[in-house]
Design a binder for this molecule. Sequence first.
Ligand code: HEM
Ligand code: HEM
Length: 176
Amino acid sequence: MPATPATDRYSKPAIFLHWAIFLLVALAYVAIEVRGPKGSDSRAFWNTIHFCSGSLVLALASLRLLWRLWHGVPAEVESTRILVFLARVVHLALYLFIFTQPLLGILMVNAGGNPVSLPIVGLDIRLIGADPVARPLLKAMHKFTGNLFYWVIGLHALAAIGRHVLLRDRTLRRML
Ligand code: HEM
Ligand code: HEM
């Protein structure tokens, strides 16, 4: 059996994981935007949603990377060298993001002296102990990356839609 897929579509698990991670990242962003003032019940609720969706991104990102290494990806859609290069750079950045952003969040909460408590599954994640020196640095990095990737994700989505509408190639269809 060949190690690489014969069709030019992404496999069903890759498609499922791509869109599930997209929805969870969107939920993590929404939760932060709507959480409300410090000390309110709304803030506690939405913070929990943020922690849960973010942690799930990390879990699904690991599955996604393992699946990619196991199954491979379809050959790239034919395009100019510069577009192929840019798409590779952005995809690499997105992969790094779905691992590092949740990890930074978890480390930030842990450095503040708290575990990340996930309800329903009853999991308490504690990767490091309290660290008052590292916490502000982790927080600044989490905020910076979070704000930067609004733009990177927007660019990635715009490129996919632009290729579908203007170039009329299969890039978007093979991820649906
Ligand atoms: C892909 C997943 C994630 C994304 C996209 C994300 C994004 C963000 C963004 C945009 C902010 C607001 C930054 C600002 O105020 O300018 C934020 C804040 C925060 N995030 Fe995340 N995050 C993710 C995962 C996590 C995880 C897994 C945790 C911890 C378990 C976490 C903990 C926090 C905390 C505690 C804050 C509030 C920081 C503060 O203002 O005190 N995040 N996140
Ligand atoms: C949090 C949001 C998103 C993340 C983290 C993300 C991440 C990724 C990554 C890492 C890849 C490369 C897949 C691989 O080669 O293994 C990819 C491919 C793709 N994404 Fe996204 N994506 C997001 C949102 C979107 C959105 C909103 C759209 C469309 C509107 C989209 C459309 C696509 C398409 C069409 C491909 C295939 C590109 C190709 O074959 O060259 N993605 N995405």
